[in-house]
Design a binder for this molecule. Structure first.
Ligand SMILES: NC(=O)C1=CN([C@@H]2O[C@H](COP(=O)(O)OP(=O)(O)OC[C@H]3O[C@@H](n4cnc5c(N)ncnc54)[C@H](O)[C@@H]3O)[C@@H](O)[C@H]2O)C=CC1
Ligand SMILES: O=C(O)C(=O)Cc1ccc(O)cc1
Length: 310
């Protein structure tokens, strides 16, 4: 018998979230707001995080084991760092109801799809990636509107049950996201250039500035103009999460890094040989890209995203 909200919406009546950091806690808050009658169960490996999650009343129950969290669930969403996904999947295998759908929110998809499918060969695995987040982590960083107006990319395996894919898509629409479906390998290539490489560049430039011998740290802080400040926000992102992303999406990131290095060398040459036209032409082209993003309304659909949240 389905609960009233389940009958009207996604068909899920008991959802388990494993990993109660920024994304897991935001998802619980967003589901609670959009589908108040769904039963929510949470688990995190960290006792401190579990205690905080209980204090914040993120779910109807916070369990001490992953197995207890998934018993009776009709949907389980893994919100742990990318390289912890396979271990969590193995740890819930014996407690997972046969009809449960398994999903996740990892930032890269091909390796996760392969490892979840291998760990849970008899279950429907429908991975997803909400392209929404901040540099903050942990359960207290979460907020219900994180996914509003942001894209969520679903990367089902080729043989996926279309009804299960539709239910996962509906869930993300219920919490305010715009949904796109694509192949996991293509997702990883696209996100390597739009998200992973920018994070790598931010980590590098902030590291470079802090290693300078002739410029003091206080000068870097005092005179940091807008560009550098934006890089420091991104470079404050969680080290475990981003270590896992780069190791998991290694091939696509290395491919994009190769292209980026070649383009950077071309710019270096233009500066060395006073080729102002080359610089001006590139900057004109990139300005047009930014302006077309804004014209298409793709700038920042969630205006309070990130910085206004502690
Ligand atoms: N931070 C962001 O902006 C975004 C992150 N993602 C993805 O979401 C996932 C979670 O990221 P965040 O919530 O930002 O990280 P977070 O660091 O805020 O939370 C991760 C949580 O997982 C828990 N955890 C780690 N291993 C575990 C295990 N084996 N069993 C149970 N719990 C475990 C940790 O204790 C922590 O509370 C990652 O896969 C990340 O790639 C996706 C979109 C945006
Ligand atoms: O804080 C930022 O600027 C982000 O880029 C957040 C983010 C991080 C990882 C993702 O997979 C998706 C979004």
């Amino acid at each position: 018998m389905l609960s009233p909200s389940a009958a009207l919406g996604t068909g899920f009546s008991r959802i388990s979230v494993i990993g109660l950091g920024l994304i897991g806690s935001s998802l619980l808050l967003a589901i609670r707001e959009a589908m108040p009658t769904v039963t929510l169960i949470g688990h995190d490996a960290s006792p401190d995080v579990r205690e905080t999650a209980r204090r914040l009343k993120l779910a109807d129950a916070i369990t001490d084991t992953a197995g207890a969290a998934v018993a009776d669930a009709d949907l389980v969403i893994l919100c742990v760092p990318v390289r912890a996904m396979a271990d969590v999947a193995a740890s819930i295998r014996d407690d997972l109801p046969p009809e449960a759908i398994i999903s996740d929110v990892g930032s890269c998809k091909a390796e996760i799809l392969a490892s979840l499918t291998a760990a849970l060969p008899h279950h429907r695995v429908i991975p997803a990636h909400p392209v929404a987040g901040t540099e903050n982590s942990g359960p207290e960083a979460g907020f219900a509107s994180l996914f509003t107006g942001r894209w969520c990319i679903i990367t089902p395996p080729a043989e996926a049950d279309p009804a299960a894919v539709a239910r996962i898509a509906d869930l993300w629409r219920e919490v305010g996201a715009l949904v796109e479906t694509m192949d996991a390998a293509h997702h990883d290539l696209v996100l390597a250039v739009t998200s992973h490489l920018p994070h790598l560049i931010a980590y590098t430039i902030v590291g470079t500035a802090s290693d300078l011998e002739d410029v003091t740290r206080s000068e870097v802080i005092k005179y940091s103009a807008g560009g550098f400040r934006d890089f420091t926000r991104i470079a404050a992102s969680d080290p475990t999460m981003w270590r896992d992303v780069f190791l998991s999406n290694k091939d696509a990131v290395l491919e994009m890094l190769q292209r980026f290095s070649e383009d950077l060398s071309a710019l270096q040459r233009a500066i060395r040989w006073n080729d102002g036209d080359a610089l001006f032409n590139l900057f004109t082209r990139t300005r047009a890209i930014r302006r077309s993003i804004i014209e298409e309304g793709q700038d920042d659909p969630a205006p309070d995203f990130g910085r206004s949240h502690p």
